[in-house]
Design a protein around this ligand. Structure first.
Ligand code: 4AD
Ligand code: MG
Length: 430
């Protein structure tokens, strides 16, 4: 019977076949202790000379780290073992040898590791992050699917900018056209809600970020829900509930991985809706009071976000940013038209913005004026303007960056560990 380590407890006392890789081994005379991993977890495999015979026992002396192997043995409960179980081996077969594996338990520099990212992902820490990432994605889908959202995919080759022209990646599109890699699926979401009511897209998005911060990737995954007949407040409430659902699912199903990451979970346990809300104006006052050199009208930098987060032990929302700071599609606040009905949700502990969104400009003439003001070509946006010509409705939504959320949940220093193959200003390999 082939067994996976995460479900090994179901096979207590039984003979199982385990297929995986050798993570490490140590020996004490007549017994080898092999730590084997199969992608679902790690388990200690105990091999005694008496059980396997001289020849197999001796061969195990020379197995290199990351040798792939098939082990047959009996599952035994052991309260001292990390997962609660061990396997007593009867037979061991090597599938593929591994010699001089370049990533050893000693410390390596981050560039060394990033150059070997295809191997680095095998290490316990990286596996834990990727397994949590999977749960985050799963939780997002379940949450939206259970609330009458329809997944509607949006294109990656696009004819125009969504989030400003400075971070576009151009691609030669056959002979005489330039396409741009999507910065966001939002504009297409806005078309899709007029067909489907509540939609989301969930895919890779691209930003030619020339900054080398720990919060920016050039390729990242974003989930973007969008709702017809919805206000700024609806978007904030949806964002809160989504974040709460993600954290709850991770705490419920990925405790062991959080432990591997040595993540103190007390701040995650605290997350509950509603989140504190402050206006942009209030945020500026706070920054000034705390001695930050900040001018009304500028955008928050990483340090500003960290300073703002000091007053909350929860994620929090900052709403009503100056219109000049935000994209052309943001609806102005009717009470103060210099402000936009926009929101950012920031993670606590200084992890910064995880969600950005708001209410969209639904009036044709105002939108036309904005497109002109932003120097965008009306022709490329004719289809988007049609949405205001044929049955426009108030609508809102947001985008949540998966790597930002994961970085916070896992307590990482940098976004580059939150995605299998990070793409940054200086990295396109492997
Ligand atoms: O705030 P942003 O730019 O908003 C939009 O793109 C909207 N069109 C979304 C919408 O309303 N449908 O990006 C949304 C989120 C940010 O809050 C952040 O989590 C993430 O995307 N993000 C990045 N993550 C990694 N690297 C980058 N360079 C990112 N830029 C944005
Ligand atoms: Mg933003």
């Amino acid at each position: 019977m082939t067994a996976y380590i995460d479900k090994i407890g179901q096979f207590e006392g039984q003979e199982v076949t385990l297929r995986g890789w050798l993570h490490k081994r140590r020996s004490s005379g007549k017994i080898h202790f092999l730590t084997v991993r199969d992608g679902t977890g790690f388990i200690q495999v105990v091999m005694s000379k008496a059980a396997v015979g001289e020849e197999t026992f001796h061969r195990a002396d020379h197995l290199g780290q990351e040798t792939s192997l098939i082990v047959e043995g009996t599952v035994r409960a052991d309260p001292r073992a990390p997962g609660g179980y061990e396997i007593d081996v009867d037979t061991l077969n090597v599938v593929g040898e591994s010699r001089d594996y370049p990533i050893t338990p000693k410390e390596h520099g981050v560039d060394y590791l990033l150059d070997r990212r295809h191997l680095w992902i095998r290490s316990p820490r990286q596996q834990a992050i990727l397994r949590i990432r999977h749960v985050v994605v799963d939780a997002v889908r379940d949450f939206l699917n259970s609330r009458s959202f329809t997944l509607a995919d949006t294109p990656i080759f696009t004819p125009a900018a969504c989030e400003g022209t400075t971070t576009l990646f151009p691609v030669q599109y056959f002979d005489n056209e330039t396409a741009y890699l999507a910065q966001s699926g939002q504009l297409y979401n806005e078309a899709n809600i007029m067909a489907l009511g509540r939609v989301y897209c969930f895919g890779p998005t691209f930003r030619a970020e020339k900054s080398k911060t720990r919060r920016h990737l050039t390729e990242f995954w974003m989930v973007e829900p969008e709702m017809a007949f919805a206000t700024l407040n609806d978007a904030i409430e949806l964002g809160e509930a989504l974040v709460v659902a993600i954290i709850a699912r991770v705490l419920e199903t990925r405790r062991q991985e959080l432990e591997t990451l040595e993540r103190d979970t007390t701040s995650l346990e605290r997350v509950q809706a509603p989140f504190p809300r402050i206006t942009y104006d209030e945020a500026v006052e706070t920054l000034k009071a705390k001695g930050q050199p900040f001018k009304w009208g500028s955008d928050f930098g990483g340090t500003d976000e960290t300073v703002l987060a000091e007053q909350f032990d929860q994620p929090f929302a900052v709403h009503r940013f100056p219109s000049a700071l935000k994209a052309f599609y943001m609806k102005p606040d009717p009470d103060r038209p210099e402000l936009s009905l926009s929101v950012d949700i920031l993670a606590p502990e200084g992890y910064g913005e995880i969600i950005g969104g708001g209410e969209r400009l639904d009036d044709l003439d105002e939108l036309l004026a904005r497109i002109k003001k932003h120097g965008l070509s009306q022709k490329t946006f004719e289809w988007y303007l049609d949405l205001r010509r044929y049955g426009t409705v108030p609508h809102s939504g947001f985008g949540m960056g998966i790597e930002r959320v994961l970085t916070w949940i896992c307590g990482l220093e940098h976004l580059r560990e939150a995605i299998p193959y990070p793409r940054t200003l200086n990295r396109l390999y492997p």
